[in-house]
Design a protein around this ligand. Structure first.
Ligand code: GLC
Length: 717
């Protein structure tokens, strides 16, 4: 007997189906309190559904949510509290850099802290569930939603997914200032063919279990309380109707005991997928697959009773779904206190408070990646006269489209951050968001100054959901502006504001320095100014590579070698796996990032040349700061399995350490390798290991050749 068996027995089928439905929050407030907005996404919301709805989407604010909860409970027969869910992707009111930017810190503990702050700001505004982390691995910068994830590597993505869950949920979702976390989009949404959002995904077992599934599983292991179905069809079966994915893998193999929610209207989309012919079919398929909350569409409510009466769906299926939903509300403590942490006063105190702004500023500084710094043109100095040019020079558009309650007008622009730290002139006509820049003015400003900072980028609406691009170049107007400035021959620093790896073209050769700032969030300008002026050094490392050209995509470091691998970028042999007109390697690889000093690595030493399953192998390098400034190096350890029952990637990230060294300081950096890191997924035996030759590489990015070999052998008989 479950805690809610009695209550569920008292509920009508329609009440159960309403509990399994989620509508837009504005249904309750759009025509004034007490009146219901009839439509939400074109779906009628009759009174019976509205006053029994299980949860609402996309609404926040202490005063508003208190009134909606009071209004709702005054109508709900069973006094079951409403749950408020939002997309809190990288902050609620204080906005942190986008997740793909935060991933470049290689500091899961920092991401956990950002999630904890986001949960605190959201909870005092009455929100109790976030649709985060987005754990979709992405190898294709054409896909606009790459910005919402943490990149191309399963190991890092898993660390980050778990860190987000810990930050949101803390020791339990019922604790003060914690909210429930929903990992999404299950599964492999990021493998959309052609990088085109919502497109088909076709993935073999190996790639699915080795690369695409681990981060979702890490979120489940970390205790996330919801899982969201993805829009895409996975190997021909749309995720929202995919029993294998949700029943066999998520529930049975991984033991997930929380609540499953569809993505927005994804249930109805089973029809255009050509998977369901009618709304009844779609509702039945989704229920059989294990969907428990239907987001925004109302097929469950419209067709569920008929499906139960006809025997096509058992009422037990509804009861199990409702039980998970009520258990989630109970874990959040909503039956005792339907408002949880909702608090109008605390909302005023906590939102954008100095502590939260400082955390966002720190994260923005740690997220930026110094891609290039020829002649150490960075950091700049107070003695230099700086021309600040470009559409992002004084822009407050530093938030991606998933900005929750964040507001551009509360963002610190690059000029605002720089003006008190440097002799900086803003050339406003030199780079308008719309329309032609004044190239003559730009040339003149650059010529009159010692150095130019060119603030370029792509507008937020060109990435995130439905933000797929077939070309990854900067807008032509910006390239013309850059050309005009570069023609002056003065040192030029490009700062990029962007939602994905871009195709930089000749800018990569011509600019003296390039700093990837992503969408840096509320405190972006102040953080970037600290980096540019050398008050702190950049230490970010890419978790998604920058291609030379979009024609190389999908492009990722942990690729299989093929039978005709190119022997280095200089290999001109025709019959190799290569392009005639582009390199194989990216412009800036996974793991790449510079700082204001330099480091040297000794060759790799291993504690043994042969390892047995019970052994721990130690791999070490001597790391030295060979520059004249302190710095942090992210030392990365990659593994390669040279042979087995299937081909394995040329590199797999298995560990990393961030090492701070003073100028001239040296340190031995040691890693421990155990059998778990040598296992891989085989259809017959799941994750297992095989004897054979391996290579270990330790270096500054995925292209490192600093390696040593060892063999894994079975225990001696
Ligand atoms: C959107 C997104 C999903 C989001 C949901 C609710 O379509 O795919 O990531 O959580 O709808 O806003």
């Amino acid at each position: 007997m479950g805690k809610f068996s009695e209550l569920i027995r008292e509920m009508t089928i329609q009440e159960k189906l309403a509990q399994m439905t989620q509508i837009m929050g504005d249904c309750f407030v759009s025509q004034g309190y007490g009146k219901l907005m009839g439509l939400s996404y074109g779906f009628d919301i009759p009174e019976e559904l509205a006053w029994n709805i299980g949860s609402v989407l996309g609404m926040g604010g202490a005063e508003k949510l208190r009134r909606v909860q009071d209004l709702y409970l005054s109508h709900n027969r069973h006094k079951i509290p409403l749950m408020f869910m939002c997309d809190i992707i990288h902050g609620y009111r204080t906005i942190f850099p986008s997740p793909l930017a935060m991933a470049c810190t290689w500091q899961p503990e920092l991401v956990e802290k950002s999630a904890r702050i986001a949960a605190k700001e959201a909870s005092v505004s009455g929100v109790t569930v976030t649709f985060s982390p987005m754990a979709d691995l992405s190898r294709d910068a054409r896909w606009g939603r790459s910005i919402e994830g943490t990149g191309e590597d399963p190991f890092l993505n898993s660390l980050y997914a778990a860190a987000f869950v810990r930050g949101y949920q803390g020791g339990g979702v019922g604790n003060p200032y914690q909210i429930a976390s929903c990992v999404k989009h299950f599964a492999a949404y990021g493998a959309a063919e052609g990088g085109r959002d919502y497109n088909t995904t076709s993935i073999g077992d190996y790639d699915l279990f080795e690369n695409y599934l681990p981060a979702y599983q890490a979120a489940v292991k970390a205790g996330c309380r919801l899982v969201m179905s993805a829009f895409n069809a996975l190997n021909g079966v749309p995720c929202t109707g995919n029993r294998w994915l949700f029943q066999d893998i998520l529930r049975k193999e991984w033991g997930f005991d929380g609540t499953v929610i569809t993505d927005c209207t994804a249930l109805y989309e089973l029809i255009p997928h050509g998977y369901s012919e009618t709304v009844e079919d779609a509702a039945a398929s989704a229920l059989e697959a294990g969907m428990e909350i239907e987001m925004v569409s109302t097929a469950f409510f419209q067709k569920g009773e008929e499906l139960v009466r006809s025997g096509r769906i058992s009422e037990r299926c509804l009861d199990e779904a409702v039980e998970h939903i009520l258990e989630l509300k109970d874990e959040l403590g909503l039956f005792e206190n339907p408002y949880k942490d909702l608090d109008e006063e605390k909302e005023k105190q906590l939102h954008l408070c100095a502590e939260h702004r400082a955390a966002a500023r720190d994260m923005a500084a740690e997220s930026a990646v110094l891609l290039k710094n020829s002649g150490n043109v960075l950091p700049l100095s107070r003695q230099q006269k700086i021309a600040l040019i470009g559409p992002y020079a004084d822009s407050q558009e530093l938030l991606d489209i998933w900005k929750c309650e964040g507001r551009e007008e509360e963002c610190v622009s690059l000029f605002q951050g720089l003006k008190d730290k440097a002799d900086c002139i803003l050339c406003p006509a030199c780079g308008l968001r719309e329309g032609a820049a004044d190239l003559a003015a730009a040339r003149k400003a650059a010529s009159q100054c010692d150095v130019t900072v060119l603030a370029l980028g792509e507008p937020p609406e060109m990435s995130a959901e439905a933000g797929s691009r077939a070309y990854l170049t900067l807008p032509q107007e910006q390239l013309r502006l850059a050309e005009a400035v570069l023609e002056t021959g003065k040192p030029t620093v490009v700062v990029l504001f962007h939602g994905r790896p871009l195709e930089l073209g000749s800018l990569a050769q011509k600019a003296d320095a390039i700093l990837a700032a992503w969408y840096p969030g509320t405190e972006g300008g102040s953080a970037l100014a600290e980096l540019l002026m050398g008050e702190r050094s950049p230490s970010g490392r890419l978790t998604m590579c920058f291609p030379h050209t979009v024609g190389q995509l999908p492009l990722y470091y942990n690729a299989l070698p093929t039978g005709r691998p190119k022997q280095g970028e200089q290999d001109e042999e025709r019959f190799r796996s290569r392009y005639l007109d582009a390199p194989n390697l990216p412009l800036y690889p996974f793991g790449h990032g510079l700082t204001y000093t330099s480091f040297s690595y000794s060759p790799v030493t291993l504690s043994a040349q042969v390892m047995h399953p019970a052994d721990v192998l130690t791999a070490s390098v001597r790391l030295r700061n060979t520059g004249d400034r302190a710095g942090v190096e992210t030392v990365q350890l990659y593994l390669r399995d040279m042979g087995g029952s299937r081909s394995r990637p040329v590199r797999m990230l298995k560990d990393f350490q961030r090492v701070a060294l003073a100028p001239g300081e040296e340190k031995t950096v040691q890693f421990r390798l155990g059998i778990e890191q040598l296992k891989y997924h085989t259809p017959a035996n799941g994750f297992t290991w095989e004897a054979g030759a391996f290579q270990v590489f330790i270096g500054p990015d995925a292209c490192t050749e600093n390696g040593a070999s060892f063999r894994l052998e079975p225990d001696p008989q």
